[in-house]
Design a protein around this ligand. Structure first.
Ligand SMILES: *Cc1c(COP(=O)(O)O)cnc(C)c1O
Ligand code: SF4
Length: 354
């Protein structure tokens, strides 16, 4: 249960979370987000030790050189020590299973590379354009469908920014720009505010959408500098978070996200249906309730994109359809996400029905 909090700006950079349950000094001063980000764990051995799990689990752990372990301290604090099947741990711990299923899936399951109109610029659907803004993420999700994306060659907001802006200017039917990634909020506020200022100048743009996991896995990211440019833009802002399990929502996140309850800002969530993590109606129902409690509405529940290395996370669509039916019985309509799948070539995310 999350208790209601009153957001106030000064507490963003002030004291928070003085004591934990043991009465120890947990975090006295909220650090800046770059420092918190630099403390992300990259060594599986360190993660397991911190979680009081036997390092022998490492025998099952692969060290992927291209997509290594990465997880923030804040996310680790929400894991249950001693539980090798913790639903948050399973999202980030590289396992040898990933290397075994090379016949399953592809490197580019949603055909991003065919849909690129410019480097990192995806114009698949009418009226909206998605920019693969950066390779960087605060957390590496093992099932990520863009884990093999050629970010280096495709950076629409770096040296390619003039070309990206020219494309947006030339296409008057585009009214929404989606910053995706990687995680767009891993870019600095200086950079983001300069980009958004330029988007503001394009008269036919109405909406700025940001697909991000950072406010969740690094609550420090929601600071006064972020709020400043989010409130300065004339565009409507839609923040789409990515939360898969109710355990991801804790008090620290609830307090941080409260600062984003701003006029002109909508908060939505997308989840991926993942075997062993959230493939139960009870968990999904609880997730919807928790999201609503902290001011976020469920948007999409995605069928897993078949990216190489993620076969062990797949839930059959027939199971997904049953889960959705159960959710509809137990939840008000506005808390039931749309169950969708991305099919290359389709003009929108494809709804999955029974
Ligand atoms: C998913 C996606 C969008 C957003 O689709 P919505 O249904 O509007 O959420 C836009 N562009 C691309 C390339 C996408 O993959
Ligand atoms: S946060 Fe998003 S983009 Fe980054 S690894 Fe996870 S799923 Fe992929």
């Amino acid at each position: 249960m999350i208790t209601k909090t009153t957001p106030s700006l000064h507490c963003l950079n002030g004291k928070s979370g003085e004591n934990n349950a043991d009465g120890q000094q947990a975090r006295t001063v909220k650090r800046d987000w770059q420092t918190a980000l630099s403390e992300a764990i990259r060594d599986p051995r360190e993660l397991l030790t911190q979680l009081k799990l036997p390092v022998s689990l490492l025998e099952q752990s692969s060290l992927s050189p291209t997509f290594p372990l990465r997880v923030t301290q804040s996310f680790i604090r929400r894991m249950q020590p001693g539980n090798p099947l913790d639903p948050l741990l399973l999202q980030v711990l590289p396992l040898n299973q990933e290397l075994k299923d090379t016949d399953w899936g592809s490197l580019d399951p949603v055909c991003d590379q065919h849909a690129m109109q410019g480097p990192g610029l995806l114009h698949k659907y009418q009226g909206r354009v998605l920019l693969v803004s950066t390779a960087a993420c605060a957390i590496h999700c093992r099932y990520c469908f863009r884990q093999h994306f050629p970010y280096q060659q495709a950076n629409p907001l770096g040296s390619q920014l003039p070309a990206t802006l020219a494309y947006l200017n030339a296409h008057q039917d585009i009214h929404e720009v989606i910053l995706s990634g990687g995680d767009p909020l891993s870019l600095s506020d200086e950079r983001l505010s300069r980009i958004v200022e330029q988007l503001d100048q394009i008269p036919h743009l109405k909406t700025l959408r940001i697909h991000t996991r950072l406010p969740l896995v690094l609550p420090e990211r929601i600071d006064a500098n972020l709020l400043k440019w989010l409130q300065a833009t004339r565009l409507k802002v839609v923040l789409v978070l990515h939360i898969n399990h109710p355990n991801e929502i804790d008090q620290e996140f609830a307090e941080s996200i409260a600062h984003l309850q701003l006029p002109g800002v909508s908060l939505l969530n997308q989840s991926v249906l993942l075997r062993g993590i959230n493939d139960s109606a009870e968990i999904l129902v609880s997730l919807s309730h928790m999201l609503f409690e902290v001011g976020i509405l469920p948007y999409y529940l995605h069928q897993l994109d078949k990216v190489q290395g993620a076969a062990h996370f797949e839930v059959p669509a027939e199971t997904g359809v049953k889960l959705l039916a159960e959710m509809r019985h137990k939840l008000p309509g506005y808390l039931v996400p749309k169950y969708v799948k991305e099919i290359p070539g389709e003009p929108a995310k494809y709804p999955i029905f029974g």
